[in-house]
Every structure is written in C-alpha cells, then in structure tokens.
Design a protein around this ligand. Structure first.
Ligand SMILES: *[C@@H]1O[C@H](CO)[C@@H](O)[C@H](O)[C@H]1NC(C)=O
Ligand SMILES: *[C@@H]1O[C@H](CO)[C@@H](O)[C@H](O)[C@H]1NC(C)=O
Ligand SMILES: *[C@@H]1O[C@H](CO)[C@@H](O)[C@H](O)[C@H]1NC(C)=O
Length: 483
C-alpha cells in the first residue's frame, strides 16, 4: 500500500523550509519590501495541484541598458609582456630588506565584478612602483574555473582575464565560493596562516593609485635625490609600525583605500564578524580592535583616489606619449529627458528601481561615512598653486592627478558611488550566470540583515560603540538596546 502520510524525513524537510520561509519573512518584512507574498505564493504553487498551470508575470524589461564595456588597455591585450613603468618608480630589487622586513609584503586586491575597474587599480599600483609579483588579485566571483578557462565574455560582470593579469606579472588567488566583504577579510587572514605572512596590505579595487611624483611632505619630487614611490613609503610605514608600536593593528592610507594589517591583531579579536557581511561590519571590527588596545593610525604613501570610472586607455599610467588622459563611466546614467518622460507615464519603474538599488549597494570603501571631498580638494589646490614644476613628466603626472580628481568628484557628486558595480549586465548562458540586478538586490537584503545583527549584538545603532555607547569588548550580545 502506498503511504500517503508524510514520512518523518519529509516532515523535517517541511519544518526546515517553513523556518527558512519565516526567516525570509522577518528579513523582508523588516524592510517593508514588497514581493514576499509573491515568493510565498510561489512556494505554495509548487505543491501538486490539479488546476491550470500558473504563468509567471515578468518584470518590465528595462528600456535603457548601459553601453557595452570596452577594453581599457588594448595595448596590453596585444602584448605578451608588460610595458615598462616610469623609471623613477621602478622598485629596487628586494627593497623590503632595506626596511628590515622578513618577507616582501603581499598586497591583496579583492575582485568580485567590474573588470575594467580592477585592471585600472592593478595597473595604477604597478606604475606607482608596487612590484607586480607582490600583488595578489583575489578572485572572489563564485564562478569556479570559468575565468581560468576564459569562458566568461567581457560583458559578464564576473569576467576576469587571467591571461592579462599573468602578462602583468601579478598573482591570482581564487576564493572557493563567493564571499561577503567580512568573509573576504577573514579569507585574507586565513592566507597569512597558510603562507606564513606576518603582515599584509589590502586595497579596494575601485581606486586609482599614484605616487607623490610632484613632491610631498614625505618625499622630494620624482627626479630628486631621496624620492620615494608609493611602494617605498608603504614599506617605510610598515617598518615604523613594527619597530615603534608593539600594539599596531592597522595603518590606513588615504582613508581606507589601502590598509596595512597586523594579522595578530585580527586574531586577537576573533576576526571579522561574518554575520555582519557588508555595511557597518567595519565599525564592529575596528571598535573591537580599539577595545583591545590595537592601534589604528593614518599613514601616507601616495594619492589613492576612490573612483567609479576608468581611464579610457590605461597606457596613460605608463606616461606614453600621445595617450589622452580621459575617463569614461562604464555604467553611464540613463539619458535624462527620456527617463523623466517615461516616469511621468509610469512605465519605467523598473529602470528607476534598479538605479536606486545600485545607489544603495554596499560600498567597496567601508569607511564611507568619512568626509573625503573637502580634504581631497584642498590637497589638489595646494599642488596646482606651485608653479616651478614644469617638465614633460610632471605635466603628464599632473594631468593624471587632475583626471583622478575629476573622477573622484564624478563618483561622489552626481553619480551614485556604487553604480560601477552594475555596469556589466551580460553573460547570459555562460557558466555560473547570475542576473546582475538580482545580485545587487540580494546583496542589499543581506546588507540590511547585517545591520540588524549589529544593532542586536551591541544594543547600539551607530558606529560609535566605544565613546558613544561606552561599550567594552566583553559586552557583545549581552547588553540591552540603548534607544
Ligand atoms: C584575455 O586577454 C587576452 C589578451 O591579453 C585575449 O586574447 C583573450 O581573448 C582574453 N580572454 C577573454 C576570455 O576575453
Ligand atoms: C587597554 O588599555 C587600557 C588603558 O591603558 C587598560 O586599562 C586596559 O586594561 C587595556 N586593555 C587590554 C585588553 O589590553
Ligand atoms: C622624463 O622621463 C623620461 C624617462 O621616462 C626621461 O628620459 C626624460 O629625461 C624625463 N624628462 C625630464 C625633463 O627630466
């Protein structure tokens, strides 16, 4: 006889799916987001039924699609070896030894999506003097071997060209699965155990790095005796931290665009809290480091600019003649007039919503609340007012600096800070394909949930856990809310 009662195993499965459903309910209702009911109906509809099959209702197709991504370094694509970098930034062999360092420090640059932006960051570090073989691009895409095999097209958001990176001479490390921001930070920590690395640098991928080639309080100009590139100054900061501060935890360069980490400090506080995956996880981590007396100081090594756009031709960073220093937004906004017309008619709600979603994505720069604009602008003006600096190399350098500044203001002005993350929307049918807008929305939900975890963990809503709320390291999860 056929058993019609659910078996124990099925019951357990049902209970599990109910609790997962209620988890989603809590998360989604918390944000008051629509869509849960659809989800739930879908869930019920999967039960065997005799009625007519249901048909899904599709969201409107966005009428505006950003233009395809372009190769921003065609010269490298045609070459099998890297271009020579500006000679004044070429690092001395084994320079790290001069700074009493037991090993050359690795620089991690995490990549999840937006290849042209990553390539710009990597190339800018190299041309600013960072040895390519000490750079580790950490491929955090979740696409397994697809990029290794060259299976993802340029329009796929997860596209990463291993051949190009190898030509540049940088290393690639792959995460075994797609990690959140906090998980990625702990992955960096795990690398220090497997490689015996006593320190490391990590950089955001949406930056453009330049050395202080026209002089700075930390270094003379590029041709002068004693000039120090970004890399040299980074080594110097590491040496200082090690020699002068037994409790050094982090050194931040240009806000947190580049950071130097002491793994011992991370270990002491138990690493990043992966239950707070994106926004505000930095407040959690850095507060805990401070509570345990690890120092977090600012240091200076170069001009590392937060950008959302890329130079049209990265050859400009090599100071090649006849290369224009211009930039393009890989995800330009929809044409203004059309958009408002459509919205008046109420027919392009989907486009709008997508853009709003993009604007709220977790930033790649986690300390995003600090005010960067004013400081940066002041810095640049001081440079422009100095007049006795005209030679062709400084002229090219200043053009780059000025363009970087414009890119910075573009990112922090009209254009949403994180729109660059949703520029590429292709790749349908390729291995591990994931809808780009869907990913953005899913990360947003995960982010919101992480903020709630933070609030419950500390009983406090804001970043100021120590001075503001008087909390100590031992107070995690055992305090009532203070609002
Ligand atoms: C990667 O770049 C190389 C040139 O450097 C090119 O030949 C190859 O087609 C690119 N791979 C993909 C998957 O686009
Ligand atoms: C941190 O420093 C303060 C003040 O010097 C001291 O009272 C406290 O015990 C230290 N805490 C740790 C974990 O070292
Ligand atoms: C600019 O740099 C090049 C090397 O890339 C060098 O040959 C040239 O002399 C430099 N120009 C000046 C004015 O120093």
């Amino acid at each position: 006889m056929l058993v019609t009662m659910p078996s124990q195993r099925q019951l357990v499965g049902l209970l599990a799916s109910l609790s997962i459903a209620s988890f989603f309910l809590t998360a989604v209702m918390h944000r008051g987001a629509p869509g849960f009911l659809n989800f739930y109906d879908g869930h019920k509809a999967s039960q065997p039924e005799t009625k007519e099959p249901k048909h899904p209702i599709y969201k409107p197709i966005p009428e505006y699609v950003p233009p395809p991504i372009r190769d921003n370094f065609p010269l490298l694509s045609r070459s099998s070896k890297p271009l020579p970098i500006p000679e004044w930034n070429v690092p001395q062999k084994n320079l790290y030894k001069k700074y009493d360092l037991p090993i050359a420090p690795p620089l991690f640059i995490g990549f999840s999506r937006s290849w042209p932006i990553l390539l710009q960051a990597v190339v800018s570090y190299i041309t600013a003097g960072w040895p390519a073989d000490q750079i580790y691009v950490v491929e955090n895409t979740g696409v397994q071997q697809a990029n290794t095999r060259g299976q993802l097209s340029l329009q796929n958001p997860f596209h990463l060209n291993h051949t190009t990176l190898k030509t540049l001479g940088v290393n690639i490390i792959q995460t075994p699965t797609l990690l959140s921001f906090a998980q990625l930070q702990n992955f960096y920590l795990s690398l220090t155990y497997s490689h015996n690395w006593p320190y490391y640098f990590w950089s955001h991928m949406d930056v453009l790095a330049l050395s202080y080639e026209d002089g700075h309080e930390t270094t003379p100009k590029y041709k002068e005796e004693g000039y120090k590139s970004l890399y040299t100054l980074a080594l110097q900061a590491l040496q200082e931290a090690r020699n002068e501060d037994p409790r050094w935890g982090i050194r931040f360069f240009a806000y947190d665009h580049l950071a130097l980490v002491n793994p011992e400090a991370y270990e002491d506080v138990g690493g990043w809290d992966t239950m707070i995956p994106y926004y505000i996880t930095d407040c959690d981590m850095h507060s805990r480091l401070g509570m345990r007396n690890w120092t977090m100081k600012d240091a200076k090594a170069g001009i590392i600019t937060d950008v959302s756009t890329t130079l049209d031709d990265l050859a400009a960073l090599y100071r090649l003649e006849n290369v224009e220093t211009k930039f393009t937004d890989p995800n330009p906004p929809a044409p203004e007039k059309e958009d408002s017309k459509k919205n008046a008619r109420g027919s392009s709600g989907n486009v709008r919503r997508r853009d709003a979603t993009a604007g709220r994505l977790p930033p790649s720069t986690m300390l995003g609340k600090r005010e960067r604009v004013a400081v940066y602008r002041g810095d640049l003006e001081a440079r422009e007012s100095d007049e006795q600096r005209e030679d062709e190399n400084l002229t090219r350098f200043r053009k780059l600096l000025k363009t970087a500044d414009t890119m910075f203001h573009y990112k922090h002005g009209n254009r949403g800070r994180n729109t660059w993350q949703t520029g590429q929307r292709g790749g349908e049918g390729e291995p591990f394909y994931y809808n780009a807008a869907g990913l953005a929305e899913a990360i947003e939900l995960t982010t919101e949930n992480g903020k709630e975890v933070y609030r419950r963990k500390w009983g406090h809503r804001d970043c100021d856990l120590r001075q503001g709320a008087g909390l100590n390291f031992e107070d995690q999860w055992i305090v009532e809310k203070d609002w």
